[in-house]
Design a protein around this ligand. Structure first.
Ligand SMILES: [Zn+2]
Length: 111
């Protein structure tokens, strides 16, 4: 079991870096519509708790998908470098999209 068991939750999101050097953020979400999991492609029903996986690319820009919590914990989290918990308010969609518009050298590290 990982020390990040149960995360991300309402108060804490997770962030780290992929092997390619892109930032990845994991944010708890309740789906507003039917999604396909970015991992197993099975459905995530409206109202289901899920994990938004948001990438902030090294070269700029962002992209996100919705994942089952189980898929994120078992498949994605073990592959992320320097994974850590951060305040969920630092991982809002708007903040991450604005990070994606900044060059990596000018991005402030999450606390
Ligand atoms: Zn899945």
């Amino acid at each position: 079991m990982s020390r990040f068991e149960g995360l991300p939750d309402r108060r804490q999101s997770l962030t780290g870096v992929t092997d390619q050097g892109d930032e990845v953020w994991l944010i708890r979400s309740i789906s507003q519509k039917l999604y396909r999991c970015g991992c197993c492609h099975d459905s995530i029903e409206p109202g289901d708790e899920n994990v938004v996986v948001q990438y902030v690319m090294r070269t700029g820009g962002t992209e996100h998908s919705h994942w089952h919590r189980r898929c994120a914990a078992e498949v994605l989290m073990p592959s992320i470098r320097a994974l850590k918990a951060v305040n969920a308010s630092d991982a809002s969609r708007g903040k991450l999209e604005s990070r994606g518009r900044r060059s990596p050298g000018r991005r402030r590290k999450p606390r």
